[in-house]
Ligand binder design. Structure first.
Ligand code: SF4
Length: 224
């Protein structure tokens, strides 16, 4: 069994288990340690707490996210969380004043997220992330297994989960809550590009508010 031939009926913990069995040591979980990240991280740790977790430390995250990351890692016993940072030369060249997110958000995401992730994924044949269909129109037809342009396999074990499924699992496992959830945030990314939700908005409406941008690009860019 290889990652590419995994049964696409699998999801959640069963998919993570099967992926670990198919490619031991060759897959990584990419986590933002955001609003819903605890669920997937809990599953990941329950299969192998020494398995690698990649965390994109963009330099623009909320201080609360960094504290939450440490709390969650200690709670779950995760032993290999790799903080991936933007290249210093890229920052000097494109964002020396730190306001690139206002001038060119796509380039900012590219140098702070997409490019560092591409480098971090080099040793792996596949990766796991926490996107879900309910998060908005751009994710409405997400499948659990995707094939990337560079040949890597991308797994979305929670693709079919609902917001209630997430809440239920979090309560059942008594997982710590990201502190910004209590302040009305539905999806939590970089501080300058994330705002709380208004009544009736979908989970990602607070990201890049006022721009047409709905994704940072780590998925769209890598899919070619
Ligand atoms: S989310 Fe905003 S601050 Fe973060 S990398 Fe993208 S544009 Fe830059």
């Amino acid at each position: 069994m290889t990652l590419a031939s995994l049964d696409d009926e699998l999801e959640g913990l069963a998919l993570i288990r099967a992926a670990h069995a198919a490619a031991p040591g060759e897959i990584a979980l990419v986590s933002s340690f955001g609003a819903e990240s605890a669920v997937l991280l809990d599953m990941w740790a329950s299969v192998d707490r020494y398995a690698p977790v990649i965390f994109l430390e963009t330099g623009k995250l909320f201080a609360e996210t960094l504290v939450y990351r440490d709390e969650l890692c200690a709670h779950l016993g995760l032993r290999d969380v790799r903080a991936v940072r933007p290249d210093a030369n890229d920052l000097r060249r494109h964002d020396h004043s730190g306001d690139l997110h206002r001038r060119d958000a796509d380039l900012c995401c590219y140098i702070r997220k997409t490019d560092p992730l591409t480098e971090a994924l080099a040793p792996f044949v596949g990766w796991v992330n926490g996107r879900k269909r309910f998060q908005g129109a751009s994710r409405a037809s997400l499948s659990t297994i995707e094939h990337e342009a560079d040949g890597r396999i991308k797994l979305n074990p929670l693709a079919h989960w609902t917001a209630e499924d997430i809440r239920h699992y979090r309560r059942l496992r008594q997982l710590p809550l990201h502190p910004l959830i209590l302040q009305g945030y539905g999806s939590i990314g970089c501080a300058p590009c994330t705002s709380p939700l208004r009544a009736g908005e979908d989970a990602r409406a607070g990201r890049w508010r006022g721009l047409e941008k709905t994704e940072c690009g780590i998925h769209t860019h890598r899919d070619g």
